[in-house]
Design a protein around this ligand. Structure first.
Ligand code: BGC
Length: 354
């Protein structure tokens, strides 16, 4: 059934007496639906059709605002100012040392203790004949989590009638700083069980090798003849338990794949996932130079959504981004943003069936 795209905004909960959290629901002309809340810009639901014409939710979600606040392992969230890890929570910029919040052992992860996944964003929904969307904006003050500069960020989610969820991230600063956003949805295209039978292809021929704390060593490892070879479709679970050093370190896949042609800042196909059970296909496009593939190794059933518990490897993340710990590696693509410049990054999730 073809209908016009639509939006609906309603209260979702409250952080305190003065801070209300809203949810915007986007719907396109082919019935795909995406829910986003103003807390963390979190995507709490993506409902897509399967090969039998049945709709169900394909992202992991928590059951309430309270559970997002208390135990969310970044499900669905906007990650900023810096996605992934910064070693020892420190970096030098223009001769000055900056010390960040440490929230992952001795390291800084996903923007710190109060990262953008925990901020309240202002939401402005919109609808056209071809799409339904929402723009989220946030002002992060100078020294937030230790980062320099007042940073104004905007993220626009647009659900099109072509069945794409387009995400456009921008930021401007008033002092030289570093920026590396991503989107942290955990997908399960079967809507149940684990994700090991999903077939994955990543357009990358190398990864940035990591040490025991998942910090890049500065070396690149070719994926050729290793369990990291996803150049052709392969079930996620095929090699995941191999006794291979990088896999053992990550407790599975938790690595930054360097995308081919990264000098080109055009949108490129980064990864495709096909779920043979439901026929669902997720294609991810981005202009970022890399994509973190995380196979849900730290999920242990400790969180749940009503009667649905989030078991071991019950979701995967494919997070387009710059390389982890780039501020400490002069050989990695630069994440520096200066006053007068605009950071921008785009991610597209395309939904289809086959
Ligand atoms: C990281 C994992 C981390 C997870 C937290 C991923 O982006 O790569 O190491 O545990 O986020 O949910």
């Amino acid at each position: 059934m073809i209908s016009k795209p639509s939006i609906n905004m309603k209260p979702y909960g409250a952080l305190d007496r003065h801070t209300l959290i809203n949810m915007v629901s986007l719907k396109n002309s082919v019935g795909t639906e995406v829910d986003i809340i103003s807390y963390g810009g979190i995507i709490t639901r993506i409902s897509t059709i399967d090969k039998n014409g049945k709709f169900s939710n394909i992202v992991l979600a928590m059951e309430s605002l309270q559970s997002y606040i208390e135990h969310n392992p970044y499900f669905g969230a906007i990650i900023g100012r810096y996605g992934n890890r910064i070693a020892n929570g420190e970096f030098m910029l223009e001769g000055k040392r900056y010390v960040l919040a440490k929230n992952d052992g001795n390291n800084h992860l996903h923007g710190g203790v109060q990262g953008f996944d925990k901020k309240v964003w202002k939401m402005t929904p919109f609808v056209t004949d071809k799409s339904a969307g929402v723009t989220l904006s946030l002002d992060s003050p100078d020294n937030d989590q230790g980062y320099p500069g007042n940073l104004h960020s905007e993220v626009t989610y647009t659900l099109t009638n072509n069945n794409e969820l387009n995400m456009y991230f921008t930021a401007v600063t008033d002092k030289t700083t570093v920026v590396n956003f991503t989107q942290h949805s955990y997908f399960n295209l079967s809507s149940k069980g684990d994700i090991l039978a999903h077939k994955l292809k990543i357009n990358a021929s190398s990864i940035t090798s990591v040490d025991r704390e998942l910090i890049p060593t500065g070396e690149f490892m070719s994926v050729k003849n290793t369990p990291f070879n996803f150049v052709d479709f392969k079930p996620i679970g095929k090699d995941i338990n191999e006794n291979f050093e990088q896999l053992v370190i990550g407790s599975g896949y938790d690595h930054n794949f360097v995308l081919k042609y990264h000098a080109d800042d055009e949108l490129k196909e980064a990864a495709i996932v096909h779920d043979p059970l439901t026929g669902r296909v997720l294609t991810i496009y981005t202009d970022a130079p890399a994509i973190q593939f995380y196979s849900g190794n730290f999920l242990d059933g400790g969180t749940s959504n009503h009667d649905h518990s989030h078991g071991y490897r019950s979701g995967f993340c494919l997070e387009p981004q710059y390389y982890p710990d780039s501020p400490n590696h002069s050989t990695f693509p630069s994440v520096t943003l200066m006053p007068g410049e605009q950071y921008s990054m785009q991610i597209v999730y395309k939904f289809s069936v086959k």
